[in-house]
Design a protein around this ligand. Structure first.
Ligand code: ATP
Length: 233
């Protein structure tokens, strides 16, 4: 689905990512782990077209991404839920979800919110007319994810979606991610600094340390001692 080859990127003169390789297969959840400040968000921003590639290559399906703008990448099937969620506080849940549907081409768009969204996140149906700003952190995160997946993207990029969320909602979000990856064959990149959150739902993992990928593999074959060397603060 998405492959990254020898990627180098950063901010102005400061290179953050070096020789980064990454593969996200179709329908799989890939956990991207790393301590604070190693470049996880920077990588997501480059994938989404919010920062330029300095060197290397990003391939999405058969196409190489060069200077395509974020809106173009969204229309081609990439969705992004940034850290801190960024829902519209003054709009209701319904209005937020309808905005998410704008990413669907007009010819295929319906004016009705798909019922499966409410099956995955029942609280959004219960509170459909409540404003985003009046929701708890966990409810806002469910809304942010629902708004991103409502357009049925091929690849979902999630930046620390479990941060500051209570355990029961973390469990619900993990279950939904597994369901949508299996049922919809959606690929997911899950950025996390918590190993347990990745092990609970991801198929594959990568570890980023000081801008370089230092380990990767299958979650069911993980060597936790080796991995903790790159995650311990
Ligand atoms: N706009 C910016 N301009 C310059 N440097 C930046 C900018 N944003 C981030 N950085 C730097 O890039 C490096 C990587 O930051 P990034 O946010 O990608 O890390 P991260 O792994 O996502 O961290 P965290 O887990 O804390 O979110 C850090 O040193 C950070 O200070």
């Amino acid at each position: 689905m998405l492959s990254v080859y020898d990627l180098q990127a950063g901010y102005d003169e400061t290179m953050i990512l070096r020789n980064v390789q990454l593969k996200i297969p179709k329908g799989k959840i890939v956990g991207l782990l790393g301590r604070n400040g190693v470049g996880k968000t920077t990588l997501i921003k480059v994938l989404m077209g919010l920062l330029p590639v300095v060197h290397g290559k990003i391939q999405f399906e058969e196409k190489e991404w060069r200077n395509e703008r974020p809106e173009h990448r969204a229309r081609a099937g990439m969705a992004y839920v940034p850290q801190g969620r960024e829902i519209f506080s003054d709009l209701t849940i319904k209005e937020n979800l309808l905005l998410g549907m704008e990413a669907i081409p007009k010819s295929k768009r319906s004016s009705v919110i798909p019922q499966e969204i409410f099956e995955w996140f029942p609280v959004l149906e219960e509170m459909i007319n409540r404003k985003g700003g009046d929701l708890s952190g966990g409810q806002q995160q469910q809304l942010a994810i629902a708004r991103a997946i409502i357009s049925n993207p091929k690849l979902l990029l999630l930046d620390e979606p479990m941060e500051g969320i209570q355990p029961s909602i973390i469990q619900l979000i993990q279950d939904v991610l597994v369901k949508i990856s299996r049922e919809k064959e959606m690929s997911i990149l899950l950025v996390e600094h918590n190993l347990d959150a990745v092990l609970a739902c991801a198929d594959l993992y990568y570890i980023l340390d000081k801008g370089r990928m230092v380990m990767n593999g299958q979650c069911d074959e993980i060597n936790e001692d080796e991995l903790q060397k790159h995650l311990a603060v």
